[in-house]
Design a protein around this ligand. Structure first.
Ligand code: 5GP
Length: 211
């Protein structure tokens, strides 16, 4: 099934500190009944970390051993991959490319090192950085995620503070102060990016004008 609308889909990267609510905002955007919302597909990453309670294989992640992960990388199956707090994470390229070909906008929720690989390999990708309304709010959200001990939470916060320095490498910033507002902004960015002349087949545009 092709996505509504014409042409190749957008490759969209959403980064931001752990606990900022990237997944929640993408879910909220996908739940809307607009054309832009129906065109979104979210990529499922491969990781070597263990599932958190409630996480499901093939829904949240593909959970793989370090050996399996390494052989995927060796076979060139990853669009990007990076280590985050001692575990490997990566995006399988094949699925992403098929969705783009079918006209879907594919969202990757990935950390900064992986985002920079995408930027180099796919210069037409759209990079969005999501920020919490404040760092206090982020700390509260992380603490509310009871699945992790304090040490891990602290490590995630430290990574977030390092990652934040790379925000100027992104195209857009969304502050997640309210999920519905952040979701609207995400959809607005996708709509605007779709309307870029540089993404259009200008010969076809001219034909339309003359015909
Ligand atoms: P978590 O363990 O909380 O699910 O994810 C940890 C970090 O890894 C988050 O910043 C998340 O966005 C990032 N991440 C998830 N999947 C991928 C991936 O496929 N590639 C990269 N580079 N980062 C990922």
């Amino acid at each position: 099934m092709r996505a509504p609308g014409n042409g190749r889909g957008l490759l969209v990267v959403v980064s931001g500190p752990s606990g900022v609510g990237k997944g929640t905002v993408v879910d909220a955007a996908m739940a809307r009944r607009t054309e832009a919302a129906r065109r979104i597909r979210r990529s499922i990453s491969v990781t070597t970390r263990k599932p958190r309670p409630g996480e499901r294989e093939g829904v949240d992640y593909f959970f793989r051993s370090p050996k399996q992960f390494a052989s995927m990388v060796r076979r060139g199956e990853m669009l990007e991959h990076a280590e985050y707090l001692g575990h490997q994470y990566g995006t399988p390229a094949d699925w992403v490319d098929r969705q783009l070909e079918e006209g879907y906008d594919v969202v990757l929720e990935i950390e900064v090192k992986g985002a920079m690989q995408v930027r180099r390999r796919r210069p037409d990708a759209v990079l969005i950085y999501m920020l919490p309304p404040s760092w206090q709010a982020l700390k509260r959200r992380l603490a509310g995620r009871r699945s992790e001990d304090e040490e891990v939470q602290q490590a995630r916060l430290e990574v977030a503070l390092q990652e934040k320095k790379q925000v100027h490498r992104y195209d857009y910033v969304i502050v997640n102060d309210r999920v519905s507002r952040a979701a609207s902004k995400l959809l607005a960015i996708l709509t605007a990016e779709r309307a870029r002349v540089s993404r259009m087949d200008t010969d076809r545009l001219l034909e339309w004008e003359n015909g």
